[in-house]
Ligand binder design. Structure first.
Ligand code: FAD
Length: 380
């Protein structure tokens, strides 16, 4: 077992780290305050190949696996969680669903646009009435002639404001339960897609989150993505793999909290010495570093299994659960190390805490992860 990154992965890590340090770090606070991610940052992410992480090179993507994605996500989230969440929804939800379920023509049509960043991708499963219990979704899809007609409301849709392509899950068979759900590829200008206002959120503020209204939304028949009525099965597979990327995002946020804390602990003086010389501060730093190390290993283990095509539902859930809760603890510890200053927006640690909280909620809350893990343990 080799715990070192290969030279290629280290080079990739370096590219992502330099981009984060040079382009994200100094602006993240302003973007958070203004709740807006500039469009040119998305374009730059496209140029770096970060918008086509999993998309094969034949479609203009980077053709990476999950391990490469975890390395990139950690670096981007270390500097700006909102940029990382934008990447996550685009790559690990929208693009991943297209890659998993779309037919050859659909891939040819949409993947090059998604890989280049010409179009940002969004993925719409949640609704006002259901999130964790996604199989209870009520948006409907009815076939009328050569179009599907979708009606309903989708909520909390990341990248929804600017996306060019939306993967939308809707009920194609009223009585089918989870076996009556299908996925549809919806272009931004299809008639009947209404994009709501951005949510005013606690964290990840520069990542846009909107409600979508599907009002007799007309989707060409050919834009069914995957097998009819089997969209929920694909959805679960997308979410399982997506947990690895979100875990890496959480590791990055925690690392940001630790690195900022280390720097502050060296410069802040209390009782005649820098605060890092107080053992209680050292212990907080040691606890954060220990948890981050463990979280990164869990995340990379799940990624390596996934890349090898091995089952990793348990490992992905364990990684997501641990990293999310660890990142929130790291944010709280960092605020403690910064003292009163940590409680202000003058320094980034309160943002790391606010950003980390979504990792315990989105793409399967911590409670849902515990259910997945317990089911695995008990063979339920
Ligand atoms: C910033 C942000 C971005 C998002 N982006 C997207 C996106 O791009 N696309 C998308 O489709 N969705 C997105 N979501 C939605 C997200 O996936 C849901 O919020 C999440 O799945 C939880 O669903 P919910 O909010 O309806 O909470 P609920 O499902 O109503 O859960 C409420 C509480 O009950 C708990 N709970 C629920 N069921 C159980 C159970 N069986 N046992 C124990 N506890 C349970 C939950 O853990 C939670 O604590 C986003 C949400 C946010 C806040």
């Amino acid at each position: 077992m080799d715990f070192e990154l290969s030279d290629d992965l280290r080079a990739l890590q370096d590219v992502a780290r330099r981009f984060g340090a040079d382009h994200l770090a100094k602006n993240a606070r302003q973007w958070d305050r203004e709740a807006e991610l500039p469009r040119d940052i998305v374009a730059q992410l496209g140029e770096l190949g970060f918008l086509g992480l999993f998309i094969p090179t034949e479609y203009g993507g980077s053709g990476f696996g999950d391990l490469e994605a975890t390395v990139i996500m950690e670096e981007i989230a270390r500097y700006d969680g909102a940029t990382a969440l934008t990447l996550d929804a685009h790559n690990a939800l929208c693009c991943a669903h297209v890659l998993l379920a779309a037919n050859a023509q659909q891939k040819q049509k949409y993947l090059p646009k998604l890989a280049s960043g010409e179009w940002l991708g969004a993925w719409a499963l949640s609704e006002p009435g259901c999130g964790s219990d996604a199989a209870a979704l009520t948006a409907t899809a009815k076939l009328e002639g050569d179009h599907w007609v979708l009606n309903g409301t989708k909520q909390w849709i990341t990248n929804g404001k600017f996306a060019g392509l939306y993967v939308i899950l809707a009920r194609s068979k009223p009585e089918g339960g989870k076996d009556g759900i299908s996925a549809f590829l919806v272009e931004r200008d299809f008639p009947g897609l209404h994009i709501g206002l951005k949510e005013d959120k606690l964290g990840m503020r520069a990542s846009d989150t909107v409600e979508l209204t599907l009002d007799n939304l007309r989707v060409p028949k050919d834009n069914l993505c995957g097998e009819l009525h089997r969209g929920f099965r694909d959805t679960m597979r997308v979410l399982e793999r997506g947990r690895i990327t979100i875990a890496a995002l959480a590791v990055g946020l925690a690392r940001g909290a630790l690195e900022e804390s280390l720097a502050y602990a060296k410069q802040r003086v209390a009782f005649g010495k820098p605060i890092f010389q107080h053992q209680s501060i050292q212990f907080l730093l040691a606890d954060m570093a220990t948890e981050i190390e463990a979280a990164r290993l869990l995340t990379r283990k799940a990624a390596i299994l996934s890349d090898a095509g091995k089952p990793c539902n348990f490992e992905a859930s364990v990684a997501k659960l641990h990293t999310s809760e660890m990142a929130v603890r790291a944010g709280l510890n960092a605020i403690q190390i910064f003292g009163g200053m940590g409680y202000t927006k003058e320094v980034p640690v309160e943002r790391y805490l606010r950003d980390a909280k979504i990792c315990e909620i989105g793409e399967g809350s911590s409670q849902i992860q515990r259910i997945v893990i317990a089911r695995h343990l008990l063979n339920l």
